[in-house]
Design a binder for this molecule. Sequence first.
Ligand SMILES: *[C@@H]1O[C@H](CO)[C@@H](O)[C@H](O)[C@H]1NC(C)=O
Ligand SMILES: *[C@@H]1O[C@H](CO)[C@@H](O)[C@H](O)[C@H]1NC(C)=O
Ligand SMILES: *[C@@H]1O[C@H](CO)[C@@H](O)[C@H](O)[C@H]1NC(C)=O
Ligand SMILES: *[C@@H]1O[C@H](CO)[C@@H](O)[C@H](O)[C@H]1NC(C)=O
Length: 624
Amino acid sequence: MSTSTFKVSAKCLFACFISSAVLVAVVVIATQLAPSAGGSAGTGLRSLEAEFYRWREMDAPEFATETGVHTYDNTVEDFSMVSLETRKAIIDDFITRLASIDTDHLTTSEKYSYEVFNDTLSTFSSNHQWRFYGPLNPLNFLEGDQIDPAYRVRLLKYETKKDYEKYLSRLQLWPTKLNQYITRFKEAAKNGHTYHRVSVDKLPGQIQELLVANPESSAFYKPFTTDLDKLTVSTSDKTDIRSRGRQAVMNLLDTFRKLKEYIEQDYMFQTRTTYGVLGLPKGNDLYRACLKWHISVDLTPEEVHEKGREEVARISSEIQTIMLKRNYTGTVAEFYKQLKEQSQFHLNSAEELLKEYRHMVYERIYPHLWRAFKNIPNLNVSVEAMPNDGTGGKYIAGTADGSRHGVFQVNLKRPNETNTFSMMALTLHETVPGHHLQSVYALTASLPDFQRNIEYEKYFAVPYHFPFYTAYTEGWGLYSESLGEYLGIYKDDNEMLGRYGEEIFRACRLVVDTGIHYFGWTRQEAITYMTDHTPIGRTEIESEIDRYITLPGQACAYKIGELKIKELRQTAKRKLGSKFDIGDFHSQILENGPVPLSLLEKIVNNWINEVSGNAATSSGGGSM
Ligand SMILES: *[C@@H]1O[C@H](CO)[C@@H](O)[C@H](O)[C@H]1NC(C)=O
Ligand SMILES: *[C@@H]1O[C@H](CO)[C@@H](O)[C@H](O)[C@H]1NC(C)=O
Ligand SMILES: *[C@@H]1O[C@H](CO)[C@@H](O)[C@H](O)[C@H]1NC(C)=O
Ligand SMILES: *[C@@H]1O[C@H](CO)[C@@H](O)[C@H](O)[C@H]1NC(C)=O
């Protein structure tokens, strides 16, 4: 069976953001914030933002580690029940202090930053009412401590004795966190706020993989092997560190075993019976809150569902037009299936595939960008082989000083399984004008740390969590696929079919996510809908659906974000007529970094007013 590149962007979400969070952090050192032009109100804002970010690093030590800050490597995040209350109190204090800043005296970009800050804080605080839902279910088959421990361990430093003491301390505290998970899961069960079984079915097996018989072969023990040999301390110190490491790893594995037994023997029998959250007490309101958190704009589940159906119909008819031209009479799914099997859409070697991706980026896309973009930061992207197998491609951000390029990693492990007709849509999405361009505009815009480093973790906690603005980032990625059309880059119907395949898949998510969580669809109904309307294979669809069941609202961010950007462009074009400049429009979207869609709308409206000479309503502070 062939694995199409559709798989790629669908699954990219987790992997690609983890990597970029780590790498983007390095940049912080290289770029200093531009001095505030807004005077003391601006200074007050910047210092409050900085204080908030320092608190975030302390409060989420594993996240700090991931961003390259090693101050808190000796500790773990607090998952006690009481932390659900204390964090709210801390955030409310920041909100009070933010409210005392006089927004009239901020520059436009400071006003936008103020809004993002306010949104970050108030999104968290206002969703405190949902603390006994998602946050009580801290592990699922998609995320948690059981996934890729080798990666987590690798993020720490192991250069000095002190580094080792920190890691030992984190290892020793880790079991406390796992025990806190158990307490939370028990609370979830008591309240009837659990996952559906599909979200946790794989969990015991995933934990089992960590439970090696000899602690010295555990991923958690790895730093005590060859890395420790290299450390310049006495042999007796090494022996001491090793023996404490071994003990800590043993305790940790014991607690993982206990966690696994709890899930298997207890939680599993208390999982909710409905696939969607609508079966939970106040489930419809919960879904509305999750949806709002992910899409960052006010749309009802009904509206999202309807938009999804409209988009599916529109894109289907584009696909059918091409099918008709070819006298093809089967279904969309059958049409794509026979297309994928044609040898003309396969390359046979890794070298050819890599060459083709590079050709697309440097020769087929870059030369056209000037027609839709201005002041493009002079930071190149490189195209490289992905070191491991996994998704078909992902983007990893570079640094603002250019010392490290942004990288488009492409999977070359199974070259003949990539469908060449889908490669262009993927390339536009991940590189230029997609995630690479988005990243370099934001990198060179000198954003404050809390806007620059986003913790793309703990999806389970939504909506009681700090927002990610996925609708903006992934909305831009998908919008970039449509820019390929504007720029005339897709060379034929086949590449357009690749593009439509990617797009219809995102449109279906709106229908299916709302279907499951709001309209009470069964898993089978969701699978049938996706099978009927997308080119994706059955196995892939099933794991997609299980992901939607686990993370209500998340899958809606992509298409909603793209539709918003398209809508804003239409509005601007209609209002500005001949004064509309697409390059300036894109600068407005990209130069403020990731923001909620509601703010993106204000940014564009302010710009429209400015360009049309109606500056009176430009970036009005508190009224924005
Ligand atoms: C489709 O069918 C029509 C009518 O039979 C025929 O003229 C045309 O050549 C066919 N097109 C293709 C691409 O096979
Ligand atoms: C970007 O990098 C590629 C690959 O190294 C190179 O071919 C291209 O000329 C570079 N573009 C610019 C503008 O430096
Ligand atoms: C791809 O290549 C592998 C190894 O050469 C081969 O086993 C497999 O059948 C090929 N798959 C397709 C779809 O051609
Ligand atoms: C901050 O956000 C809250 C909640 O959305 C809103 O009510 C308030 O008006 C915002 N404050 C400012 C100054 O924009």
